[in-house]
Design a binder for this molecule. Sequence first.
Ligand SMILES: [Mg+2]
Ligand SMILES: [Zn+2]
Length: 237
Amino acid sequence: MSRQLVVFDFDWSMADQDTDRWVFEVNAPEIRRWMEDNEDKIQFTDMIAHALRDAHARGVTREQLEHALRIMPFHPAMVRAITNLKAVGNTTFFCLSNANSVYISLILKDKGLDSMFTEIVTNPAEWTPEGLLVLRRRVDPNGPQHTCKVGCSANMCKGDELEAFFTRHTPAYDRVVYVGDGSNDFCPALRLRSQDLLLCRTFGGLHKRIAKDGGLKCEVKYWTGAWEVEEVFKTLA
Ligand SMILES: [Mg+2]
Ligand SMILES: [Zn+2]
């Protein structure tokens, strides 16, 4: 039995929405509008941290944010796909996301998937006793910065994080399957080998970036709905 690793981006890859935007669409559309108008001006993680402080000041509660995460679209086929492949026994699951630890843990627990993931690497977040979610960049802005030239945001280089995971989990996996949609999934995709597989969602920055720049060594399969990921996962068992 070969050793296999499945790496999941979270927003629009494992989940059928974007946590950072959704919680404000549900609870504070005026803050969602502010994000839309400022996305190009502020580093994304810093912008979300600011939006969370703003929401808290306007009276949006921890319970309201948690409720929004629980009702966020998450396809049942994705739950089945992960659960069934995990049950076969030779696959490690790793979540690599630009969202945050609180959002991802809550949703994985809600879907019964929390025990499936060996590691979650994302931006750290924690609740204060007053119900403010304090979000920080994965790469501390006051410390050494990553040196990625592919275009990863300052908060995290997903390619570097993938390599670091490989270093923590030797020997090398026989096959790596990466599920992603965003432009920040292009950097880790470049690190995949010829025997690896990229499952690229058809809408989003990753598809566009592959079309524009290419250079991938791995096989690429395109998908739109989670039911298609479930089909592919059945062939990986
Ligand atoms: Mg994504
Ligand atoms: Zn990078």
